[in-house]
Design a binder for this molecule. Structure first.
Ligand SMILES: NC(=O)c1ccc[n+]([C@@H]2O[C@H](COP(=O)([O-])OP(=O)(O)OC[C@H]3O[C@@H](n4cnc5c(N)ncnc54)[C@H](O)[C@@H]3O)[C@@H](O)[C@H]2O)c1
Length: 344
């Protein structure tokens, strides 16, 4: 039984990681760490029987084999370096780091400690993503030429009420925009899926943005990526699709076009189907995420030393690097286009 500690007791630990770890055979959730006492004690009380720490050093020495890191990306480096120094395996939330330099330092420290550094791209473990990978591998739609991966939503709204009269900008919305915006926060999943589904690297990319809100990063982003073997992936990500609406309606879909058919996933109604010369084949749809599936793989990785489908740190680095460079490119394109407009 691998003894696990969780670093960061916020939203994703609460709805995703902690319930999943608690139900995973082979994992024992021993301790929680969060510098915010209310958060860590609240979570320990909610799930019961787990030790709570607000001091990182004491947490790290609480008899662990591995840690799950679900703190803000700005402190992933600090958390990973502490785990490496104590010889603990790590499963770290995305985006792995704030920049390439930090990620390289984290990878190096974990290599020196001879421990696994894995990244929590939880979309890989959805039955939908696994089925699509199988269909592509079996050649059900021939050779894949185009992927269109879309997630446009409101990130739970840009504003929230603090009283019936007063609304403030949501710290979550603001924080995600300051950390790089939708491509860095969410798009990394789709960038990773395209590489994983196709077994193919990304050779070059181009990116454009739209600014509905007033941040440096675009809140709606279009990323175009060419893969080495010729396929093209378009990722569209947005946080301002209904961000001020009373009833927002998100859109989450995958469209994959091959030389012999198409695959479509629509989260609305959980439709997952392939259409080719043989007809239409449906598979049970599901959510795009699967925390229990990811933690089952983590338990196996800790038992065998083989990460299986779990993304390696290098996968996290590649996806984060593309997302950040693409966002910078969109910002540069905006500035260049503004300059052109002014000269014309
Ligand atoms: N894959 C997904 O579905 C998914 C969904 C949401 C968030 N995330 C990722 O998970 C991470 C956390 O996101 P969240 O929404 O839970 O954020 P959150 O703000 O709700 O929670 C983060 C928690 O980390 C704590 N924290 C701050 N500094 C810390 C430190 N030095 N060490 C440990 N903990 C610290 C905070 O007090 C807070 O409780 C981010 O990297 C985010 O991108 C992933």
């Amino acid at each position: 039984m691998a003894k696990i500690g969780v670093m960061g007791c916020g939203a994703v630990s609460d709805f995703g990681h902690v319930p999943a770890i608690l139900q995973t055979e082979g994992l024992e959730l021993v301790s929680l760490y969060d510098p915010n006492r209310d958060r860590v004690e609240g979570m320990a009380a909610k799930f019961g029987g787990i030790r709570a720490y607000t001091n990182q050093d004491e947490f790290i020495r609480s008899g662990l084999d591995a840690v799950l890191i679900a703190s803000p990306p700005t402190v992933h480096r600090e958390n990973v370096l502490a785990a490496a120094a104590a010889g603990l395996h790590v499963l770290c939330e995305k985006p792995i780091a704030m920049n390439d330099h930090e990620a390289a330092e984290m990878i190096d420290a974990m290599k020196k400690a001879d421990r696994m550094l894995l990244v929590g791209f939880v979309y890989r473990f959805s039955p939908v993503a696994l089925q699509i990978r199988e269909w592509i591998k079996e050649g059900l739609i021939g050779e894949v030429r185009s992927l269109r991966l879309i997630y446009i939503w409101d990130l739970h709204g840009q504003y929230e009420p603090v009283s019936p009269e007063e609304w403030i900008e949501s710290p979550r919305w603001k924080g995600r925009m300051l950390e790089g915006g939708p491509m860095v926060d969410c798009g990394v999943h789709q960038i990773d899926l395209s590489r994983w589904w196709l077994h193919d690297e990304i050779e070059r990319f181009e990116c454009h943005g739209a600014w509905v809100a007033d941040y440096e990063a675009p809140d709606h982003v279009y990323l175009h990526m060419d893969h080495v073997r010729g396929a093209h992936t378009m990722v569209e990500m947005g946080f301002s699709y209904g961000h001020t609406s009373r009833e927002p309606r998100p859109e989450f879909s995958y469209h994959i076009i091959g030389t012999g058919g198409v695959i479509r996933y629509d989260r609305d109604g959980y439709i997952l189907e392939t259409r080719n010369g043989g007809g239409t084949f449906r598979s049970p749809g599901a959510s795009e995420k699967n925390f229990p599936g990811m933690h089952a793989e983590f338990a196996q990785a800790l038992r065998t030393g083989d990460p299986g489908h779990l993304p390696r740190a290098e996968d996290g680095l590649i996806a984060t690097r593309i997302a950040r460079q693409a966002t910078d490119m969109a910002i540069a394109n905006r500035l260049r286009n503004t300059a052109l407009t002014h000269t014309a």
